[in-house]
Each structure stands twice: as C-alpha cells, then as structure tokens.
Design a protein around this ligand. Structure first.
Ligand code: FES
Ligand code: FE2
Length: 439
C-alpha cells in the first residue's frame, strides 16, 4: 500500500508540485484544432491547474496567454480578437500572441508603460488536429517522430473528452491489460464489419474471431513489461486452446499517454491531460496505416456521446452512466452500453476524484502500473535534483527522430514464436502503408 504523501506526490500537478514539474517538461495537448475554427477563434484553456486563453491572431498564428488580464485581472476569454492580438474588454489593453502588451488606450498619450507589461505566455504548436502547449522552463523539447505525428493529416483523426477524476488513474486504466476482458466484456459478439472506428470491434489479427470473443474467453493474460526510450512496452499474451497465442502490444508513452491498437489498421495515441488535480481530458489521435481515416464518421460517432463546447460525455455520474441492470445481465459486463469509453470513464471516476491509493491492493497483473509509478517517482526526483536529462526522451540525450512507432498491434501466431509474430505483423502493415511508416 502507498503512503498518502506518495499518492499526493504522484497525482498533484499544480505549479510547484513534483509530478507537475515532470509533466511541464513535455508538450501537452491544450485544445483540438477544431475548437479554434469559426468567426472568433478564442478558447479558454485550463491546463495543469493554470488558467490560460488560446487564440489565433490575424496572421493565423496561435497565442496561449494568461487568462487574467495583467491590468486588474479581468477574464481575457471574453477579449476582443482584433488588431492581430487579444484586447481586454475592461480597459482595452491589447496583447499580442507572445503575451506582450502593445497598447493601453486609456493611459495618457505617449505612455510607454505597456512595454513593461507581459502576460504569461506559452509556446504552442499544432500537430494533426491537436494544439500542444509547452508550460515548462527553457526551450520546449523537439517532438519525437511517432506515427501520430509523422502520418499525414488525412490519416489522423483527433478528438477529446472530459473525465472528472485525477489524470493518473485515468492513464492507469490504459496500462492495465486485464480489464479489457472484464470491464469491456460483451456477452454477445457483434458483426466486426460494423465496428469501424471503435475499440475491440474488429476481428482478432488475421482470424475470423471477434476481439470481443477472444477477450471474453481468455481473461488471464500473461503480461510482460519492458522499459523503452519512450516509456514502457506492455505485452499481453493470451494462450489459446488451439496452441496459438494472441499477442496484444500496447505502450505507455511517458509521461501521460498510451499508444494502443484499436483495430487491425488503426492505433490510438491517447494523452490523459490534467485540467487540474480533479479533472482531466483524454486527447486521442487515431492513426491509420490503411485507408485515410473517415473523419466524418469518427466525429459523428463521438459527437453522439459528447456535449460541446466542453466535450463532456453525455453519460456520466449524474445519470449513472446510463446503467441498466437488464443490459448488464444480457449484453454487457457493465450495463452501461456499448461505448467502451463510458466503461473506462465509470471505472476511473468511480474511484473518487483522486484515488485513495493508501487502500489499494495491486495484483500481479498490475505490473505495468507498478513499473510506471516507479518511473514517475524517479522522474520527479531527477527534476527536483535539476537533472532534466534523466527523463525519458529528454532533449540532448536522444535524437527525437529515432523515437518511432511505437509498435502497437494485435497479432496471433504459434505460441513458440509469439515474440516474432507481432514484429512481423507490424512490419507488413508498415510496408503496405501509403505514408512513410516503415521503421
Ligand atoms: S483589466 Fe484588462 S484592461 Fe483593465
Ligand atoms: Fe478500457
């Protein structure tokens, strides 16, 4: 069991906290690009417990600046997006995308006070549908050459959703291979042809076995965890009755993302980004190695389950996640419908806003969670001691162009050769890919 002190250390992310300092050394998803379209491209952003406002200026460039006006603190999210910057509606102070105050129209003529006024600002960059912010010290790190970043825009779809819980328990559900056999269990299999863009609805690897059946029939995976340049590789082996083994390869991308297969042609890179200590957004990039992604279908599927503009799931704790005991008896393990995001959301929100880890009992199958927490604690110590180079993917220690993939795939093969089967299956998928995915 964990001490309260350690639970606080690894969960709290506001300015001045240990885990917060680690997360601030990495680019963080701050908004979807689709939030900034429309006549007034301004959106409030709460990220790592800090209040900011994101806008696009007349030159089309992005700015992310402090939400409270440096004059007397009014809310810049209501600002006038004009004159190539953002203007506070209270007294008209005007800020450019770097946060520099460039005009104070009510101050005496000739005043140069504005030259000394600068709002907090963070570097921002847009990648395949997500706007990333860097909130840490010094220069931001380069982006690693992961599939989700190097695939063309046509092959990546991005979306997000809010969960009312701490980011760490949200991330930990993604590095827990056993829960898929229970939490996401379907008591009847659907037609895999109807499963486009949905998790666990494809056939298992090159077989006719629906993933739902495989997960249901083999609930005790053998789990292997390896440390890598980018975080952890997690391999779940399900040994089947016919002498073959199903291999599912997923990843923890340090510090708060996972990279997992969603179907035979698509992977998801999913960040669990703290809004503050008690809520987070998942941001996903769905990356296709096959056809371009059908963004219209993927977006419509997800808009049916979420409310804009804040991307709150329609099923949530206020309506018991749509829980139906009859459905739980006949169709799903949870009784909360077919959308697996709702299952995960229930699992992590129902722990309480910050899981009380002083009361938990980890099993053998929680091995990736244990290993991840160790990595996080080591990273917190390294940053405290001023050694940013000890962090995974730290600038200067590794060429970001060499951080590729990561390999995320479901494969089936002879039990004896399982460790080759998934590498070969991934290689075939990359060799046939329309964009330069080959490693
Ligand atoms: S509070 Fe913003 S200009 Fe005065
Ligand atoms: Fe899940």
């Amino acid at each position: 069991m964990m001490s309260q002190e350690k639970n606080d250390l690894i969960t709290r992310i506001g300015p001045g906290t240990g885990a917060g300092a680690v997360l601030r050394r990495y680019w963080q998803p701050a908004a979807l690009a689709e939030e900034l379209v429309g006549a007034r491209p301004v959106v409030p952003v709460r990220l790592l417990g800090e209040d900011l406002v994101l806008f696009r200026d007349n030159e089309g460039e992005l700015g992310l600046i402090g939400r409270h006006c440096p004059h007397r603190g009014a809310d810049m999210a209501f600002g006038r997006c004009e004159d190539n910057g953002l203007r506070c509606p209270f007294h008209g102070w005007h800020f450019d995308r770097t946060g520099q105050c460039v005009e104070q129209p009510g101050e005496p003529e000739g005043s140069r006070m504005h030259e000394k006024i600068k709002a907090k600002s963070c570097p921002v960059v847009e990648r395949n549908g997500i706007i990333f912010a860097y909130m840490g010290p010094g220069d931001p790190p380069p982006f690693p050459a992961l599939d989700c970043f190097i695939a063309p825009d046509s092959h990546v779809f991005a979306f997000k959703g809010r969960w009312d819980c701490n980011w760490l328990q949200a991330m930990e559900v993604g590095i827990d291979p056993v829960h898929a056999s229970f939490l996401h269990r379907f008591l009847q299999d659907e037609d895999p042809d109807e499963g486009y863009g949905k998790q666990f609805r494809d056939r298992a690897a090159d077989t006719d076995i629906p993933m739902t059946r495989l997960l249901r029939e083999y609930p005790r995976p053998d789990i292997k965890v390896e440390e890598t340049d980018y975080g952890l590789r997690i391999i779940a082996l399900r040994h089947m009755d016919d002498g073959r083994t199903h291999v599912r390869v997923t990843n923890q991308l340090f510090p708060e993302a996972i990279v997992i297969p969603i179907s035979n042609e698509m992977t998801i890179t999913q960040w669990h980004v703290p809004v503050d200590d008690e809520s987070c957004y998942w941001y996903s990039m769905f990356t296709s190695f096959g056809e371009p992604v059908n963004k219209t279908v993927m977006r419509e599927q997800r808009l049916k389950e979420h409310r804009l503009p804040d991307y709150v799931p329609l099923k949530n704790k206020h309506n018991n996640y749509g829980y139906d005991p009859d459905e739980q008896e006949k169709l799903t393990y949870t009784g909360m419908g077919l959308d697996i995001n709702v299952h995960d959301q229930w699992a992590v929100e129902s722990m309480g806003t910050i899981q009380d880890r002083t009361q938990e009992h980890l099993g053998r199958t929680d091995v990736a969670i244990t290993r991840y927490r160790r990595m996080l604690v080591n990273a917190i110590k390294a940053v405290e001691e001023g050694d940013g180079t000890a962090l995974p993917m730290a600038p200067g220690t590794i060429d970001p162009a060499t951080v590729r993939g990561p390999l995320s795939i479901d494969a089936i093969g002879d039990t004896d050769t399982w460790n080759e089967v998934w590498v070969e299956a991934d290689g075939r998928r990359r060799a046939n890919c329309q964009w330069p995915a080959a490693l």
